[in-house]
Structures are given as structure tokens and as C-alpha cells.
Write a protein that binds this ligand. Structure first.
Ligand code: NAP
Length: 240
């Protein structure tokens, strides 16, 4: 079973299908429009580590690949617990974090909440807020700013920010497009998670070009496990 919700998981699913390895791709169900996949999918939580154990046993899963987003902390710990308890092989497929370059103006914080607290004391700004939709309410404490939100699906319910412009779009994004978007909207600060990878890096490259400051949210602590950075390595690992 591949735990997904990332472009890496989609890439891995294609390779696994080509290698004719039986597999299922699991989604949490956060995104409304799931892209077509080359292997069967299942959608929804398992019910904690115990539910995940039951699913693994009932479906005779022999290997689990955690290809979830580096900020999907809970499912990664649940996978670690379930697979350790059941003693079945598991591995992670993850991206390297983005690295600050000379000239970059990054302030690193350890959580979305800490980013909101930091922003609370700033003079009014136009903020490119690229953190997904679930934790947007944390920014209720910093209403003096205008927010540009780029989301895969519209925000459910009333947006808790008084001055916000939402763009519904799914990556990968182009640097030239993001430079234009940030310039036209007068963006003067970026807030993002250190997701890593190429699909969402355009905002940082655009910000670098425009010399914008960044509040960078560090990755959460994840369990220690066998970790690969490319889907090809995972397929090799599965074959042996
Ligand atoms: P999370 O906090 O780690 O997980 C919360 C709960 O969602 C888990 O306990 C589990 O429910 C369920 N879940 C998460 N991933 C799942 C999966 N692949 N298959 C089945 N159930 C799953 O996760 P999250 O941060 O909300 O992320 C949810 C999904 O969005 C993940 O698939 C992740 O890869 C993707 N994603 C997350 C981010 C991000 O910034 N966090 C960004 C892009 C994509 P049960 O306990 O009931 O099993």
C-alpha cells in the first residue's frame, strides 16, 4: 500500500503499475477532485494506528510506503506504529527540504501558529500564504494584512480572514507565472512550509527574484525509518 497525497506517490504508482506489483494508493480525502491513477485507490482515514493495523491485516498488505507530504505528521507516526507492531516492512518516499541560498531573507519558525504569531506584529503587508487550507484560521490573529491564498480546493465555509484573495489552482506552477502574480498583487512577504520538491518551488524562486522575505515553516519531527528520495529506488526495494 502506498500512502499518498503527493506528486511523488502518483509517480511511484505509475512505476509500480509498470512493474506489475499489486498495490493500492491511499488518500486521506482532503482533495475533492482526485486525479485518475494507474492503480486502485481507497479514500479516507483508517481510524488511527489500530484501524491502520486492521486494514493492513484484512487486506493482506505486505509492504507499506509512506509517500505522504512531509508535514503529514500524524499518518507518518501511525504508519510507523502500525508497521512496527505488525512487523511488516515499510519505508518512506520523501523530498529533500528546500535550502536557503546566499541573499535569501528567511525567518524560520517551527509551526504555522508560530508564523501567524510572527506576522501579528508586522505593519500591514500583502502576504502570499501557501500553507494549504486547513490551518488558514491561525492567521485570524493578524487581520491587518491582505492575504493571497493559493488553494487546490475552495475554502469551506466563511474565510476567517477579512482581506483575502483566493486563487484555486493545482501545481506544478511556473516561476514566470508566480513572478507576475506576486508583482501584480503587490506581494511583499511569503509564508510557506518547507515542503521541498519541484512542484511548489516556483513561489520561492519567484520570491528570490523579487527579493521578498520569507517566513519558512520548518518540517515536523517524523519517525526514523528507511527513507528513499526517488520512486525508482522504492520499486527496487520492493523487488528485493
Ligand atoms: P495528517 O495530519 O498526518 O493525518 C491526519 C489523518 O488523516 C491521519 O491520522 C489519517 O486518519 C488520515 N490520513 C492522512 N493521510 C492519509 C492517507 N494518505 N491515507 C489515508 N488516511 C490518511 O495528514 P494531513 O497533514 O492532514 O494530510 C492529509 C493528506 O494530504 C496526506 O495524504 C498528505 O500527503 C496530503 N498533503 C498534506 C499537506 C500538508 O501540508 N499537511 C500538503 C500536501 C498534501 P486516520 O487516523 O483516521 O487513519
Amino acid at each position: 500500500m502506498i500512502l499518498g497525497g503527493t506528486s511523488e506517490a502518483t509517480h511511484l504508482s505509475k512505476l509500480v503499475a509498470l512493474a506489475k506489483i499489486n498495490a493500492t494508493l491511499s488518500f486521506a480525502g482532503r482533495v475533492k477532485r482526485t486525479k485518475p491513477q494507474p492503480i486502485p485507490i481507497r479514500i479516507g482515514g483508517f481510524g488511527g494506528p489500530e484501524g491502520l493495523c486492521d486494514y493492513i491485516v484484512q487486506n493482506k498488505i505486505t509492504h507499506v510506503i509512506d509517500a505522504t507530504h512531509p508535514f503529514a505528521e500524524q499518518i507518518s507516526w501511525n504508519t510507523f506504529k502500525a508497521c512496527t507492531d505488525l512487523r511488516i516492512p515499510f519505508a518512506a518516499l520523501t523530498r529533500n527540504p528546500w535550502v536557503k541560498e546566499p541573499g535569501d531573507n528567511w525567518k524560520n519558525v517551527d509551526s504555522v501558529k508560530a508564523a501567524a504569531i510572527m506576522l501579528k506584529s508586522h505593519e500591514p503587508k500583502t502576504v502570499f500564504l501557501a500553507i494549504g487550507r486547513i490551518q488558514v484560521p491561525e492567521f485570524k490573529i493578524a487581520q491587518q494584512h491582505k492575504y493571497i491564498l493559493r488553494l487546490v480546493d475552495p475554502f469551506e465555509g466563511n474565510l476567517p480572514l477579512k482581506n483575502a484573495h483566493t486563487i484555486i489552482s493545482r501545481g506544478p506552477f511556473e516561476v514566470s507565472h508566480d513572478i507576475k502574480l506576486m508583482s501584480e498583487n503587490g506581494v511583499n512577504i511569503i509564508i510557506c512550509k518547507n515542503s521541498g520538491g519541484t512542484g511548489a518551488v516556483s513561489k520561492l524562486l519567484a520570491g528570490r527574484r523579487l527579493k521578498l522575505p520569507v517566513i519558512m515553516i520548518n518540517r515536523p519531527k517524523l519517525p526514523e525509518r528507511i527513507t528513499f528520495h526517488s520512486p525508482t529506488e522504492i520499486v527496487e526495494w520492493l523487488k528485493h
